[in-house]
Each structure stands twice: as C-alpha cells, then as structure tokens.
Design a protein around this ligand. Structure first.
Ligand code: AMP
Length: 398
C-alpha cells in the first residue's frame, strides 16, 4: 500500500474543531521522572500546528502495559507536566479516558487549549479494539489525527477503531517516519546494509526474508546469532538457541547465497558463566565457546569485521534494529556501542530503530550523527517486512 497517499494533518480542516490526537507518549519513567522525553518532543510539531490553527486539542496515549486496570504507576500525569513545561502552557489532565472527567474537560475546551486523557490502556477495551469503546473515544472529538508511529503496528481502538467514526489524517511525526522508511526501503542509496540484532530469530524471521530481497549486505548479531551459529554446526554452550528455527536459519543462509546477499555473522563472542553482569566472562572465537558458557556479546574481531563492511559502504544506506549483545549489562554493551560509533563516523544514510540500539546511540551522544532515530522499532520492523501498518491503513486516503 502507498502510505504517502494518506491524508495528512495539512489536508484536513481543524480550525475551531475538537481534535483527538493519538500520540505515542510511552516514555521511560523512573520514580515519577521521565528519563527520555524524545517521544514527547517529537510530537511538538503536530501539537504546535494544532495550537496555531486554533484547534481544541484532546491528546491521547498509552503508557506501558497496565493491562486494563487503573494504576498510579502508569498514569500519564508526568507526561502532562513535561508537555506543559515544553509548551509553556497549561495542560488539563483528565482522571479517566472516556468517562465524566474526559467528557467534561473536552466539552469545555476553547480554541488552542489542550487536554490529555488518562492512559488509554487503563481500559481493557483499548487493546481489544472494541467498537463501542472506539465510538466513545470518537464522540469526544470531531477530527482524529494519528501521530503515534510507535504503535502504528497495533490495531487498537485509539490507533485504529476510532478512525471509523471521524474524519482522519496522520500527523507530522507519523509522516516523517513513514517517508524516511519508504525512501530507505524502496529507493536506498547503495550499498544497502541492514544490521539486525536482538533476542530472537522468531521475532525477526519475516524481516530477514524480506530484507534478503532488498539489501546488499545483511549483518546478524545479538541473541539470534547463536541459533545461526548452531545451524552452522558450532557448539554454542548455553547460549540462547531456538532449536525449532535451525532449519529456517539454514534456509536463510542458502537464500542469501542464491540472491547474492553478503551475510555476515559474528566470528567471536564475549561469553559468560551466567546471565548476569557479575558473571565470569571472557572473549573466545566462534569455535571455542565452552559448554558451560553463554554468548552475551559479539567480540572485537566481529566488531572489526562489521565495521570494515560499514566503512566500505560509505555513502550507502544502513538500517539498524536490535543490539549486538545484552547491552543492559555494562560488561556486554561494547559490541553495540562500537557499531553505533562506526556508523556515526560514516556518511551513510542511517536509520536506527528499536529501543536498545536507539538508546545506545543516545547514551553515547551520537544522535545528531545519525540520519534518523525512529520512535518506533516494532513498526519499522513491520515496514521492513512489507507488512501493512493497521493504524495507517485506517486513515482516509487523500
Ligand atoms: P529485541 O527486543 O528483539 O530487539 O531484543 C532486545 C534484547 O535482546 C535485549 O534485551 C538484549 O538483552 C537481548 N539480547 C541481545 N543479545 C543477547 C544474547 N546474546 N543473549 C540473550 N539476549 C540477548
């Protein structure tokens, strides 16, 4: 489908109207404090446009997984506070999603004013895409704008169902994310490299197959590399392995060869005696993983191998999703960080998706050196796989 054919916020009449704006304010919060507000700051362009065009703004988002019940821990109050600081304007916070509080605040909104609904996932109907609930949400507003790229692969009430009942369009952030992914996937400057990491082969198998038809070079690291290593007949000790995916791994390797895609996998690993930052660890070649050790990161030779390939591809395009190792642990973050550094030093068109790879880039202060850091790893994977994003499909065509 052609995502770029969808109505955008600029194609729809919003002046003096109540606009339900679905954002992705799913930010990390520790002890009531937001530790990374990028998803909020990335939404400002759309919100400011609505303010400047005299809309009455009803913001809606999820936060975490409260599983359909109210809990203070998942309240969007910290988001309202941060947003209010960023916009230097008050934000009225509803105490519910579609109840009396939300309805009253929405009814009283004046042009340019902003309110925020409570966490939409406090209602179990949200993730079920319940039709009655979608109708109730829609009844708060006259226009629906979706800017929540990070959840656009989910068919929920606030991302999908509600679009049935209101004139709809996508916001500026959604448009930016879709345009960048479209260009990177469909008309990339070459060579086109993709780096996939993360925990499991099963999560990324569709993406891997799809990428084999698109990329020149595919680099596989992270937990899934061990299933591939096992499929190549190597001993992988106690490393993560999906036994039922060994055949698929073999098939991927064959397909890559057939299609002329250069498939690179780690040649050495940092292995540990247990899944812990405090475990005993050492670096070994791929053939030397001890029986009682597990692979936790790629080793320095792999970093060198991958880095050389990335440097050679300068001027091309790179899409990276997923860490090279268990980067939550200090001792096993080196591979992921080393690749972030190398990508930052090249002139590749670089699109970084996925929470962990994006976090590594941010932590290292390299964000400005990348072409784009996506606010939605899961959604980007779906686009890479060639799967339609239901939340975008639901929006009216131009
Ligand atoms: P994903 O959500 O699929 O991108 O996976 C991210 C997760 O993969 C992170 O939490 C990492 O800890 C995990 N991961 C990366 N490398 C390994 C590994 N060698 N063993 C186990 N888990 C890993």
């Amino acid at each position: 489908m052609n995502y770029l054919n969808k109505k955008t916020i600029e194609d729809i009449d919003i002046a003096h109207k109540k606009v339900l704006l679905r954002c992705d304010f799913n930010v990390p919060i520790i002890d009531g404090k937001i530790t990374d507000d990028r998803r909020i700051t990335e939404s400002l362009k759309t919100i400011n446009y609505l303010i400047n065009n005299h809309a009455k703004i009803i913001l809606c988002s999820h936060l975490g997984r409260p599983n359909g019940v109210f809990s203070e821990e998942f309240s969007l109050k910290p988001v309202a506070k941060r947003l209010s600081e960023l916009l230097a304007t008050p934000i009225a916070m509803a105490t519910d999603v579609v109840g009396t509080s939300a309805q009253t605040l929405a009814a009283d909104l004046k042009d340019g004013e902003i309110m925020l609904l409570e966490n939409v996932r406090f209602c179990k109907e949200e993730t079920a895409n319940d039709d009655e609930f979608s109708k109730k949400l829609a009844s708060l507003a006259e226009v629906y704008i979706n800017d929540a790229y990070g959840v656009s692969h989910r068919a929920h009430s606030s991302t999908c169902g509600v679009a049935k009942y209101l004139p709809s369009a996508i916001g500026f952030l959604m448009l930016k994310e879709l345009s960048i992914m479209d260009k990177a996937i469909n008309s990339p400057t070459r060579p086109f490299i993709s780096i996939l990491g993360g925990a499991k082969v099963s999560d990324k198998i569709g993406v891997i197959y799809s990428l084999l038809n698109k990329v020149d070079i595919l680099i596989l690291g992270g937990g899934m590399a061990y299933t591939f290593a096992r499929a190549r007949g190597l001993n992988i000790g106690t490393s993560l392995c999906e036994e039922d995916k060994l055949d698929i791994a073999r098939e991927v390797m064959k397909e890559a060869e057939k299609k002329g895609v250069k498939l690179l996998m780690p040649v050495d690993f940092v292995v540990a005696s247990a899944f812990s930052n405090d475990a005993d660890f050492k670096t070994v070649d791929e053939t030397e993983i001890p029986n009682d050790y597990m692979g936790m990161d790629i080793g320095p030779k792999s970093v060198e191998l991958f880095s050389n390939e990335i440097r050679k591809a300068d001027g091309g395009t790179i899409i990276w999703n997923g860490p090279m190792g268990v980067c939550e642990f200090k001792n096993f973050e080196k591979g992921t960080k080393a690749l972030a550094q190398v990508i930052a030093e090249t002139n590749l068109v670089s699109v970084i998706g996925g929470g962990d790879s994006a976090a590594a880039v941010k932590q290292m202060g390299l964000s400005d050196k990348m072409t784009h850091i996506s606010t939605g790893g899961g959604a980007s994977l779906k686009l890479l796989e060639g799967v339609d994003l239901p939340a975008v499909v639901a929006i009216q065509d131009k």
